[in-house]
Design a protein. Structure first.
Length: 201
């Protein structure tokens, strides 16, 4: 299944891949000959060949869980450069660049700002294309609440603080594109924060 979103010169294609139905996002813009991929779930050969034809050269990993990094070795063999939040880098078999909070990734005439949003994993991050009302949240924030914190390295109070930061930084109209499932908006989720805290997950 494929869905396309457009924000000015930024085009985003969503692909649903793998048994956990991960969302992969391919970003393109007329100001860059290269495309950029968010997350690297294992997929079939045809998908990766298609990404090469689109000239995907860089991959941003939202966090180091297996379902988001399974294709990393194969993509690096194909020449794609893999970027990951610094604390999660040891979870990957290989990577090219680590990312830190507030770092900018240049993408044609666009800047992609990195937000460190730990809690699901220590190195979880979100990606915010500047000037566009869209935020890629990985497994930090979904429709209905934050990502799970029961896995090693997860921490519920920490992810709540990350979600607070997201809500304080972005407008209600901002589209949230998570690592699994449907999209939502900041406005649709922000009013439920106290309920999530009360339920404890």
């Amino acid at each position: 299944m494929q869905t396309t979103y457009t924000f000015g010169d930024l085009s985003i294609e969503r692909f649903i891949v793998g048994p956990l139905e991960n969302n992969l996002y391919v970003l393109t813009t007329p100001s860059s000959p290269e495309a950029l991929l968010i997350d690297a779930t294992s997929g079939d050969q045809g998908l990766w060949d298609d990404l090469l034809r689109r000239n995907v050269t860089r991959v941003v990993i939202t966090h180091g869980h297996d379902d988001h990094i399974g294709a990393v070795p194969g993509l690096r063999q194909r020449g794609m450069r893999v970027m990951v939040g610094e604390p999660d880098a040891p979870m990957l078999d290989g990577f090219d660049t680590t990312l830190v909070d507030n770092e900018l990734i240049w993408f044609g005439d666009l800047n992609l700002r990195i937000l460190a949003t730990p809690g699901h994993t220590p190195g979880s991050l979100c990606i915010a294309p500047e000037g566009c009302n869209v935020l890629f949240t990985g497994d930090t924030l979904f429709p209905g609440g934050p990502g799970a914190t029961k896995f090693p390295g997860g921490d519920f109070p920490t992810i709540i603080e990350s979600v607070r930061r997201i809500f304080a930084t972005f407008t209600d109209e901002t589209l949230i594109l998570p690592g699994h499932g449907a999209s939502t908006t900041i406005g649709a989720e922000a009013g439920s924060l106290d309920d999530w805290i009360a339920r404890g997950w």
